[in-house]
Design a protein around this ligand. Sequence first.
Ligand SMILES: Cc1ncc(COP(=O)(O)O)c(C=O)c1O
Length: 374
Amino acid sequence: MKVPFYGHVKQYQNIQGEIDANLREVLMSGQYVMGPMLKKFEAQSCEYFGCKHAIGVGNGTDAIWLVLMALGIGPGDEVITHPNTFFATAEAIWIAGATCVFVDCDTTTRCIDPAKIEAAITPRTKAIIPVHLYGQCADMPAIWAIAAKHGLQVIEDNAQGIDGRGDTFRQGERSAAVATSFIIQKNLGCFGDGGMVFTNCDEINATVRKLRNHGSAQRDHHSFGFNSRLDDLQAGVLSAKMRHITAWTDQRIALAKRYDAGLAGCRHIALPVCRPGYRHVYHLYEIETRDASRRDALVKFLCDAGIDAKTHYSIAIHKQAGFPWGKPFRIAGSVANAEKNAASCVSLPMFPELTPAEVDAVVAQVRAWDAAQG
Ligand SMILES: Cc1ncc(COP(=O)(O)O)c(C=O)c1O
């Protein structure tokens, strides 16, 4: 059986009437940029995520650096994150002009390890960007405690963690802002690029709203700014999809449990770990080969069998080759866990429309590979 990695078309077909109705509404309104559908989706987002302000922007990368800029973080400042995330987390820090400081990840969740953060803090440190990697919240209470002790801002990179929460906390509760991405492959994905900033802070809200719109809050009045707006057609798609996000997350969790049960006992792979009480939204179902040198063989084995397996992300950011002008980052201590994650990660198909039979087909192939390893 062939098993795809994404189910974008299936998802559209399942709720086509709702999406088409919203698209028609936008098209007939004649207002496609900063129009009523964007306002409606922003209000809907505030209500759903329980935050004071939601600002639609061009993409998830912009969502991060627009917040950094609104906080006045830039050249000469350092921002702490971890290197086993998507490149854009660090890229956003660089776009803001700051230096990225990498600390290691936790060995079980692969999110930033709070125990490694304090040693990386210097007088130049201004913020921490934890990433809710693969869909599980970072240990926010520990991170908020460190930030409060050292007077640092926290910006949560929630591109992979929408609809997630911890055992005792909600995302963004004590952070300056939460930044998310709506690119199609995310758990809440539009039909192109999109992003959002969530914040309870009136000043960040006002500044990001201006920055995204050429520095303008009033017609013909401008300060320094950019063009990074979520357009109304994408907002219409997202508004329709938002009604389903809880059910889709529940479906992802059920599929993850099926993977967990099917893959239990495999000797050559490690399964994802969900912290007790957390709502892990399984943006990705990420396993690791215990022996990193066998990872590429597992991906090839699965792809040859028709299972679309991928890696997220096979090169840690500090190991990328694209820094011809010198390294815009500092590594604080060992990042061996992050490097191990990059070298051994394998993403199995995971989307709400995946069928139990498809999960079972993936499980059978992974088990076959595992058994052949001895
Ligand atoms: C962890 C993480 N941060 C940031 C981004 C950037 O989002 P975008 O591609 O919408 O700019 C992504 C995804 O693309 C991501 O996975």
